[in-house]
Write a protein that binds this ligand. Structure first.
Ligand code: C2E
Ligand code: CA
Ligand code: CA
Ligand code: CA
Length: 278
């Protein structure tokens, strides 16, 4: 049943919301969800291909919606990114991830933690200060945090975005360029950014074993990354064959369903070690 807001616009109508109203409904619901702590973080390990060990886990946000169930980020991030809600969302993710970090560290796991940020977060220099403040409050050393920025986020307002990224890196935070290859990072941008890791988009990884062009691109990105002093991660690894190819090609890290789907950290902890049998 819908309720009507001051302008007569339907503001809540879960089953029949029209597309035009949908964004506003969702925006309001998401705002409330943040206050009610309905968001959750799942984590996916980045596997060190040389050792098979988990070195870092990436936080991926989900929304435990009271009616619609567990929603993937594609269902609500675009709405958050169109408004200032994304600032609150990213702050929430950082605080939650650093609290979880403290919990798994206490449980004996030495993984670092990676958090994704949006283009809009990089649009203001204040963001670097906010991250510093959240790190300070949580007592986690900046070296233990990685921030993943997409190529697209970097080209949004290049000068400010680069300033924010370099200010984060100057604090000791490690920066990864996410979805590398699908955006438009120019080589000169790679020269001016302090980047620790390139993550090859899964678009190039999924069909690697069947496509010579994908293999050529992945090989070139691995070379480029290494020549720039970066680690290179392949995302979306679903088969052993692809993993084997990546090892042979000298790729450093990999993520994918082959090892683990994103899950709450205690689950990741028991599956990642594989030593939980009685
Ligand atoms: P991403 O950062 O590129 O994350 C990788 C996505 O690929 C995740 O989807 C992950 O679940 C999925 N994935 C992992 N392994 C495989 C695989 O082997 N095969 C396939 N087909 N997919 C795999 P998810 O969790 O739905 O996240 C989608 C995107 O939403 C992320 O892409 C990221 O850009 C964004 N995102 C997620 N969490 C956050 C967040 O907390 N803040 C921000 N700003 N963005 C986020
Ligand atoms: Ca990512
Ligand atoms: Ca990615
Ligand atoms: Ca991606």
């Amino acid at each position: 049943q819908g309720k009507h807001g001051p302008t007569g616009v339907v503001v809540y109508e879960p089953t029949t919301a029209r597309p035009a109203a949908h964004g506003l409904v969702l925006q309001r619901e998401l705002h409330d969800a943040l206050e009610r702590d309905e968001l959750v973080l799942h984590y996916q390990p980045k596997i060190d291909l040389a050792t098979g060990r988990t070195g870092c886990v990436e936080a991926l946000v989900r929304w435990q919606h009271p009616v619609r169930g567990l929603l993937p980020p594609a269902e609500f991030l675009p709405v958050a990114e169109r408004s200032e809600l994304i600032d609150a969302l990213t702050s929430w993710v950082l605080r939650r991830a650093l609290a979880d970090y403290a919990a798994w560290t206490a449980a004996g796991h030495d993984w670092t933690v990676a958090v994704n940020v949006s283009a809009r977060n990089l649009a203001s220099l204040d963001f670097a200060d906010l991250v510093a403040q959240i790190l300070d409050e949580s007592g986690v050393r900046p070296e233990r945090l990685q921030i993943e920025v997409t190529e697209t986020a970097l080209t949004f307002d290049t000068e400010i975005a680069e300033g924010v990224v370099n200010a984060l890196a100057a604090q000791g935070i490690s920066i990864a360029i996410d979805d590398f290859g699908v955006g438009y990072t120019s080589l000169s941008q790679l020269r001016t950014l302090t980047v620790a890791e390139l993550k090859i988009d899964r678009e190039f990884v999924l069909g690697l074993t069947d496509n010579e062009h994908d293999r050529a691109i992945v090989r070139s990105v691995i070379d480029l990354g290494h020549n720039l002093g970066c680690r290179v991660t392949a995302e979306g690894v679903e088969t052993q064959q692809i993993a084997d190819w990546l090892v042979a090609a000298g790729c450093d890290l990999a993520q994918g369903y082959l090892w683990l789907r994103p899950a709450p950290w205690p689950e990741v902890a028991s599956l990642a070690t594989g030593r939980e049998e009685p």
